[in-house]
Design a protein around this ligand. Structure first.
Ligand code: ADP
Ligand code: MG
Ligand code: MG
Length: 363
């Protein structure tokens, strides 16, 4: 009998469309020739307004690859949506049929441990990191604390919260002065819990710093400011549970100022070089650090670990870990594995097996 895979995609984040593309690629790979007879897909689509759908509509979204067009939601509709979420999950018909879940959601409410907590409570296996790994991997401040503890080199940074940024006008300038003195310009201001470069600004002056902090605070209670480095951007894919393996290393190149949202999602604005043109020694260091980072945040299944490589000095800084990286046919994560000898269909098959292994080890 076929294993029924609950494919959970869409979501309320800015990465809704990416999620749909990733889910399509994964659905195709799970039912491709190489995996014939193994899997049946049960699609679950989370609309942009947060409503959950099972059955025909998700199937249509998967097939067409386009989000469901919705009228703008009023507050009243939103509260209806919340009750619907609950009733979906209390309706055993759709949900109870799933043997293993595959969350293909990026960003808050998908990659951050919330969904993982729900699935843990349901006592069903699911692909990827659990609550801890997802939450630590999502929050850039918690992530950096874990990396520091593991001895991984990072750029200088300062953690802030919204209350400090929106504090009274006498305190705020002091905060900005302190950031300027310790981190200098350019620095990067980031909301701690987003992805896809949403809310991130590269700042070069006190005026820009104030504006960027204010903007980041509108996205998140937690904010991080980092010293900017001029560096190449390298990425490494990790696969496994307690004995994870690292892929070959890839590089992202682009002409823009930094790897911002537009560069990430506009075709031809960024190039992926696989393998990255770097020495075997740098490759080995990156792979070793990627595995340390994976273990440091307690990731499971999969993660993509991103680095800054300052060629002139040979320094390597870890930038971040992404526990549910982009998974489209042209995304770095599956491409790194394809070039490391694990095809896309084999990769999704391995991820499901890892989910089952992890679940049986815990229950
Ligand atoms: P996200 O999780 O949204 O991808 P990142 O922390 O990876 O956020 O930042 C997005 C991009 O911003 C990076 O890929 C890089 O191009 C640029 N960037 C971020 N932090 C720095 C930094 N400290 N120095 C130089 N560039 C940075
Ligand atoms: Mg990220
Ligand atoms: Mg990033």
């Amino acid at each position: 009998t076929k294993l029924r895979v609950g494919l959970l995609f869409g979501g309320r984040s800015g990465e809704h469309e990416v999620s749909i593309s990733s889910a399509r690629a994964i659905a195709r790979a799970l039912t491709t020739e190489q995996n014939t007879g193994k899997y049946e897909i049960l699609p679950f689509y989370i609309q942009k307004d947060g409503r959950w759908l099972a059955g025909d509509v998700p199937q249509q979204v998967l097939e067409s690859g386009t989000p469901l067009q919705l009228p703008t939601t009023s507050n009243e509709q939103l509260s209806v949506a919340k009750t619907q979420i609950l009733s979906r999950w209390q309706s055993p018909s759709q949900v109870a049929e799933v043997d293993v879940w595959f969350p293909v959601l990026h960003g808050p409410n998908g990659e951050d441990g919330t969904i993982q907590g729900l699935l843990t409570l349901m006592q069903v296996p699911f692909v990827g990191s659990g609550v801890l790994g997802s939450a630590v991997g999502m929050d850039k401040i918690a992530m950096k604390t874990a990396f520091a503890q593991a001895g991984l080199p990072q750029v200088k940074y300062k953690a802030l919260n919204r209350a400090q940024v929106w504090s009274n006008p006498c305190v705020f300038p002091k905060l900005c002065d302190e950031i300027e003195a310790t981190l200098g310009y350019p620095c990067f201001v980031k909301p701690a819990n987003l992805g896809s470069s949403v809310g991130i600004a590269k700042v070069r002056s006190p005026q820009e710093l104030e504006a960027a902090l204010d903007n980041a605070a509108s996205y998140d209670r937690r904010i991080i400011v980092e010293a900017g480095v001029v560096a190449r951007e390298l990425e490494c894919a990790v696969l496994g549970n307690d004995s994870p393996k690292a892929s070959i290393v890839g590089e992202i190149t682009y002409a823009s100022d930094f790897y911002d949202y537009e560069t990430k999602y506009t075709e031809r604005k960024a190039d992926l070089l696989i393998p990255a043109p770097i020495s075997p020694a740098v490759t080995r260091q990156i792979q070793e650090m990627a595995l340390q980072a994976f273990i440091a945040v307690d990731a499971a299944g999969l993660a993509r670990v991103d680095f800054f490589y300052v060629e002139a000095t040979g320094e390597i800084f870890i930038n971040e870990i992404n526990t549910l990286p982009g998974f489209t046919a042209t995304s770095m994560y599956p491409l790194l594995w394809a070039h490391s000898g694990v095809s896309f269909p084999e990769l999704v098959d391995r991820l499901i097996q890892l989910a089952l292994e992890r679940h049986s080890a815990f229950s």
